[in-house]
Design a protein around this ligand. Structure first.
Ligand code: MRU
Length: 355
């Protein structure tokens, strides 16, 4: 698939028109307002990741690629060594902005490896190479999402009900998205699927983003509260669950938005196939199991006050607010990647995927 500049600019993350900044749609303002941010400085780039103005594992990876390039423009070009050291430090800070999604550190490492591979090149050439790498990360994601969508579509039949959690659509990735990809690709081909979108407490990615994207695309989407998933499954309305992933361990355990593992347990109970969809870059073969995935803890105010006119809990009440949970591989029917569909045993078959 040939990717054009128009394809890139249609994504939630892209390079600004003058090529000197990362431009994103601020996902915290959706669905009410479409606000675009133009970012160049390390502090602002990290802030956008931390407060989820840019979010979704693949989108964060694309963002990191462009961020490293944009920061290279203001990095002193006195010597290639100083240039590389400066960018390595900025890359370290950027990678730490959110620990769970592997795509962030993966993209930073990939950008830095360009510098290491061309140690003797002058700084202007290094900048050009960084730009080419960032664009390659973006283009590959567009191609990967398209392939994942094709594989995912092969798993369902016209009219099926799909339950999804959080947001793994175009906003979180590029082009069609991952978990939402089969639905949007199906729509293009006249294959209609019905989607149940969990609202996804506490940050409401399902309500604010997934139901927004799908409604705009003309898909039959029904928004439900997280605690309604069991009922819609029991009613026979769900034929498959499609969710995204932030990091897949070598044994098939995977981290995704908090609440995903609960959906997987329900799906197992009702005998509904449960799939995670993500690019091969989300699979971390250096991470043996889900127990080795670092889970980000977030501000208690996201639970207590953020969406309310008045606080919904006493200020002194303790909160536990992990951003992600780990779904055990035993609950997973298959992992849908851009390289194909991986079935159990995952420890064996993920190795084969990378062989
Ligand atoms: O905290 P978020 O909104 O970044 O969490 C996002 C998810 O958990 C997504 O499902 C995951 O990143 C995959 S996006 C294709």
């Amino acid at each position: 698939m040939h990717v054009t500049e128009q394809d890139r600019r249609a994504c939630s993350v892209h390079l600004s028109g003058d090529g000197r900044a990362v431009e994103i749609i601020d996902q915290t303002c959706l669905p009410g307002r479409e606000v675009y941010l133009t970012l160049t400085e390390l502090e602002d780039l990290c802030d956008a990741i931390k407060r989820l103005a840019v979010r979704g594992a693949p989108a964060i990876g694309i963002f990191a690629g462009y961020a490293m390039y944009v920061m290279s423009l203001s990095e002193s070009g006195e010597s290639p060594e100083a240039f590389r050291a400066g960018l390595e430090e900025k890359g370290r800070v950027l990678s730490a902005a959110r620990p769970t999604a592997v795509n962030l550190s993966w993209a930073v490492r990939r950008m830095l490896s360009v510098l290491r591979a061309h140690e003797d090149a002058p700084v202007p050439e290094l900048r050009e190479r960084l730009l080419a790498e960032a664009v390659a990360i973006h283009d590959e994601d567009i191609q990967m999402c398209t392939r994942i969508s094709e594989y995912g579509l092969s798993l369902v039949r016209p009219g099926d009900g799909i339950l999804t959690h959080c947001n793994a659509g175009p906003l979180a990735t590029s082009k069609y998205g991952t978990a939402i990809g089969p639905v949007l690709l199906g729509k293009e081909r006249g294959i209609d699927l019905k989607v149940f979108s969990d609202e996804t407490r506490p940050l409401l990615q399902g309500a604010r983003l997934t139901s927004y994207e799908l409604q705009k695309a003309g898909v039959d989407v029904t928004l439900i509260c997280d605690n309604m998933a069991s009922m819609v499954m029991k009613n026979g309305w769900v034929q498959a669950c499609f969710v995204g992933c932030d990091r897949v361990a070598a044994n098939g355990d995977f981290a995704n938005k908090i609440g995903t593992s609960g959906v997987a347990i329900l799906a197992k109970y009702y005998g509904i196939p449960f799939y995670t969809l993500g690019p091969a870059s989300t699979i971390d073969m250096s991470c043996p199991t889900g127990a080795d995935i670092h889970i980000e803890q977030r501000d208690p105010e996201e639970i207590k006050t953020m969406w309310y006119k008045e606080p919904m809990a006493l200020p002194e009440v303790k909160c536990f607010n992990p951003a992600f949970d780990v779904t055990d591989h035993s609950l997973l029917t298959a992992i849908v990647t851009d390289r194909g569909i991986v079935y159990p045993p995952f420890d064996v078959n993920l190795k084969k995927l990378f062989a």
